[in-house]
Design a protein around this ligand. Structure first.
Ligand SMILES: O=C(CO)[C@@H](O)[C@H](O)COP(=O)(O)O
Length: 215
């Protein structure tokens, strides 16, 4: 059974309190929070003050996905704002090992995200140091995009690499995930499903989370 992390990016920002109530009432395991800087990705979302406020309204673990350059400048601030898992992009981190160590030394779980074009082999020398790999199944920056089918093969490759080394690293899939493809994604080896539009745009978001959870 995979962990389910609704992505707040797809919520109605005028009613974040209602979105948080839904997440609290649901079977969601984590809340996924997408932070964008308009530099690493061509969009700007929300940042530290919003996350700090959200922290007061839920005890669900915060899975913070930094789509930003120079994430090391902000890691401590995200810890203070309430992040439990902090994920940085491999493409934004020339000193990735240092980034991962920093996140762990601050008491958070460390995640590394890969854009769709980035090969699994790029994790070869660092896989054992991280808690989570986030495979982007869309090009990052926007919600509501279609799942890139080639991601399934990447999940299988990563699952093999993790199992061959006897590691406990979560495989999180982010982008275009919903009831139509979730079973295939989990069967390929994913352990965490990020779901934005398929949850928040559903007629019944609680049922949408429950369905993903039931896989
Ligand atoms: O990181 C991102 C987008 O950059 C994702 O977390 C999306 O927010 C997922 O949204 P859906 O594709 O599920 O609508």
């Amino acid at each position: 059974m995979a962990l389910i992390a609704p992505s707040l990016l797809a919520a109605d920002f005028l009613h974040l309190d209602a979105a948080l109530r839904m997440v609290n009432d649901s079977q969601a395991d984590w809340l996924h929070l997408d932070v964008m800087d308009g530099r690493f990705v061509p969009n700007i979302s929300f940042g530290l003050p919003v996350i700090e406020s959200l922290r007061k309204a839920t005890s669900k673990p915060f899975d913070v996905h930094l789509m930003i350059l120079e994430p090391e400048k902000y890691a401590e601030a995200f810890k203070k704002a309430g992040a439990d898992i902090l994920t940085v992009h491999i493409e934004a981190c020339p000193h990735l090992h240092r980034n991962v160590q920093q996140i762990k030394s601050l008491g958070m779980k460390a995640g590394v995200a890969l854009n769709p074009h980035t090969p699994i082999a790029s994790l070869d020398n660092i896989l054992g140091d991280m808690d989570l790999v986030c495979l982007m199944s869309v090009n990052p920056g926007f919600g509501g995009q279609s799942f890139i089918p080639g991601t399934i093969n990447k999940i299988k490759q990563l699952r093999q690499m993790i199992d061959d080394r006897g590691l406990q690293v979560d495989i999180e899939i982010d982008g275009g995930v919903g009831e139509k493809n979730a079973a295939e994604i989990v069967a390929a080896g994913a352990t965490v499903l990020v779901a934005g539009s398929s949850v928040f745009n559903a007629a019944d978001p609680l049922a949408a989370v429950a369905q993903l959870k039931s896989l």
